[in-house]
Write a protein that binds this ligand. Structure first.
Ligand SMILES: Cc1cc2nc3c(=O)[nH]c(=O)nc-3n(C[C@H](O)[C@H](O)[C@H](O)COP(=O)(O)OP(=O)(O)OC[C@H]3O[C@@H](n4cnc5c(N)ncnc54)[C@H](O)[C@@H]3O)c2cc1C
Length: 415
């Protein structure tokens, strides 16, 4: 009988395993469905390009303990640090991100239209904050930014209409006040402290983002069984039987809950909640193309282009082969293997992340809370991006793993 069985060998599962090991625990096992570990934090070497197949991955966190944990596994000197250079392509012009504080970079006529629109936004007019994402964007940022940038961009990345989405995850969205927008246009400069997240980031000097994962994984690799999808979970009084093979007192799920629906023989009271857990799929496509700028990535809201973001690998991984560039495209907008793209070119490699983002559709928070509380009473817990069904980056997954292991072992070892 195992003390702990962890489902999923991504950064969350592997961090939990490593923290248990550091606390002297021996009775744990990780089951990973794929033939390689790492989940969304994987890097594939294609020719001599380092491609982060889960899309653009950069290390940045507000939690000092997360940096301490990572840098105790892979030295800080193994990273380059870059002040973020990210752009938005709009009206065929290029603006710095975030657009709200860089409207001054538009032509004067457009600046006037955008500023008037921001000043007449719902929030500036004192209207009540709406509850769906589409209305919230208009209310917060005004019609011009909503219609030319935020709504098409969000439609592209999420693959659902913003009106179907909640607003309880909006700490991810820049919130800048009208006074600052006006000021930036008048002084023709922006206040850099308004960058909502990732003012700068670390990226490994060798390989790709997966180097971070590998540095943790190497300590517990013997405890990870690959090509072992969990497809049967039975709760017998006070322990779990997994795949009719393993017994464990506690199960820790880091895999997407909908993939466990059948394994759990989902009780009827949870069917609606499982239905509320929607996710999107993102295809990452590698291209060879010249670029002569220092941008790290660029957001593209144009509905004429399939992809929504492009990344310039050499500008954050100079050791990668020249002219490597990759795009992220929602699977619903992806032309398909061998099909031609609107740019008339063909990528040299592609990877589909079937589960990329949990979509914050209306009602998702209540749904995951219900699922977590039912299984918690049976000693099965959800941790991480999928386990907690939240738009967490890998640093937050590590942070949640730290808090969870402390809770589990009744210690304050990690946090
Ligand atoms: C486009 C994009 C950009 C991102 N950018 C950043 C960034 O810049 N910085 C950052 O820190 N983070 C970023 N993230 C987020 C980061 O990738 C995730 O937060 C993190 O990798 C999630 O780790 P995880 O272990 O929780 O989930 P995953 O990495 O998805 O791992 C879950 C694992 O569970 C396995 N699994 C699934 N079903 C089963 C089953 N039935 N049985 C056993 N195993 C199973 C999967 O194969 C997978 O290995 C980004 C994500 C995306 C999609």
């Amino acid at each position: 009988m195992l003390d702990y069985l962890i489902i999923g060998g991504g950064i969350t599962g592997v961090t939990i395993a490593r923290l248990l090991q550091l606390q002297g625990e021996k009775s744990f096992l990780v089951l990973e469905a794929e033939s390689e570990p790492g989940g969304l934090c994987r890097t594939h070497k294609v020719k001599n390009h380092y491609l982060d197949i889960g899309g653009g991955h950069f290390l940045c966190t507000k939690y000092p303990q997360v940096y301490d944990f990572i840098f105790s596994h892979i030295g800080k000197d193994q990273f380059n640090y870059y002040p973020r250079v990210s752009k938005v392509r709009i009206h065929k012009e290029i603006l710095d991100y975030p657009i709200e504080s860089n409207l001054w970079q538009l032509s004067i006529e457009k600046q006037i239209d955008y500023v008037i629109s921001v000043i007449s936004s719902g929030e500036a007019s004192g209207n009540i904050e709406p509850h769906n994402y589409e209305e919230w964007i208009h209310w917060k940022l005004g019609d011009m930014i909503a219609e030319n940038y935020m709504l098409p961009y969000n439609q592209k990345i999420w693959g659902v209409m913003p009106e179907e989405m909640d607003i309880d995850w909006l700490h991810k969205i820049p919130r800048i006040n009208t006074k600052e927008i006006l000021k930036s246009c008048l002084i023709k400069n922006s206040n850099k402290s308004f960058m909502p997240s990732h003012q700068g980031f670390y990226y490994p000097k060798k390989g790709g983002f997966q180097e971070i994962f590998n540095s943790i994984y190497k300590f517990i690799s013997e405890k990870v069984l690959l090509t072992q999808p969990v497809n049967k979970l039975d709760f017998l009084d006070n322990y779990w039987v997994i795949n009719n093979e393993y017994k464990a007192k506690v199960v820790i799920n880091t895999a997407p809950w909908p993939l466990l629906y059948q394994a759990l023989d989902c009780p009827s009271e949870l069917i609606d909640a499982f239905d509320r857990l929607q996710y999107n799929s993102i295809v990452v496509s590698l291209w060879e193309q010249e670029y002569n700028h220092d941008w790290h990535w660029c957001y593209d809201p144009s509905l004429e282009k399939e992809f929504h973001r492009e990344f310039y690998i050499n500008n954050f991984a100079p050791h990668s082969q020249n002219n490597g560039m990759y795009t992220e495209t929602n699977l619903k907008r992806w032309p398909g293997i061998g099909k031609s793209w609107n740019n008339g070119k063909q990528p040299i490699y592609e990877y589909n992340n079937e589960l990329a983002y949990p979509i914050p559709v209306l009602g998702h928070s209540k749904a995951i809370q219900k699922i977590l509380s039912v299984y918690k009473s049976q000693n099965m817990f959800g941790v991480g991006r999928w386990g907690q069904w939240q738009y967490f980056n890998s640093d937050v997954c590590i942070w949640e793993a730290m808090k969870f292991v402390d809770f589990l072992t009744g210690s304050s070892f990690s946090v």
